[in-house]
Design a protein around this ligand. Sequence first.
Ligand SMILES: Cc1cc2nc3c(=O)[nH]c(=O)nc-3n(C[C@H](O)[C@H](O)[C@H](O)COP(=O)(O)O)c2cc1C
Length: 198
Amino acid sequence: MNPSAQPTAEVQSARVPEHEVSPLILNRWSPRSFLERDIPEEDLLALFEAARWAPSASNEQSWRFILARKPEDRAIFYEFINPSNRVWCEKAPALALVLSKKTNAQGQFHAFHAFDTGTATGLLALEATRRGLNTHSMGGFDRDKARSILGISDEFDLHSVIAIGYRGPKEVLPEALQAREQPSTRRPLSEILFEGKM
Ligand SMILES: Cc1cc2nc3c(=O)[nH]c(=O)nc-3n(C[C@H](O)[C@H](O)[C@H](O)COP(=O)(O)O)c2cc1C
């Protein structure tokens, strides 16, 4: 199935857009079951290429990513990822720590560093979907531990770890997570869009 052409059957039954949007947007969701299957280099690097082309205030491009795909690098990441996430993300063949540089090219505080980095991760996730890959962001990790284990300076904020890989069967997940292994829905547009004033 081409993820850009139409929503998958499970997405169609769970996600009903109020207005027509690219199927890629609806087909992006965050599963927890991953296959222990390596990602071709070209596909993996293309996700960060997509992030690279995100818009950013003053084109500062504050986003940075630390990739862990070798078993020894992933093992280091497991040391700071919360056990509730580790239980499912250990099968994912790639993990990416998302950081942002807090200062601009002039060395002053850059107020949009986190905002722009969020945009970049959105593009990364869409490119993953286009390539038949899935992503699942995790905010549940120990930032202080990650900072000290990976030697990250105070110049950077740590945001999330993204699990990247091919979707696996939900039956391999702990029962509580099996029930959650489905596309989620959204608030109605009327709750998030205002005209003129809030
Ligand atoms: C910044 C961020 C942090 C998140 N942290 C976690 C997490 O620690 N564990 C987890 O299972 N899911 C986490 N998620 C996944 C969200 O719960 C998920 O994106 C949300 O429920 C919407 O579902 P969808 O991505 O399938 O559309 C996180 C997502 C984001 C964007």
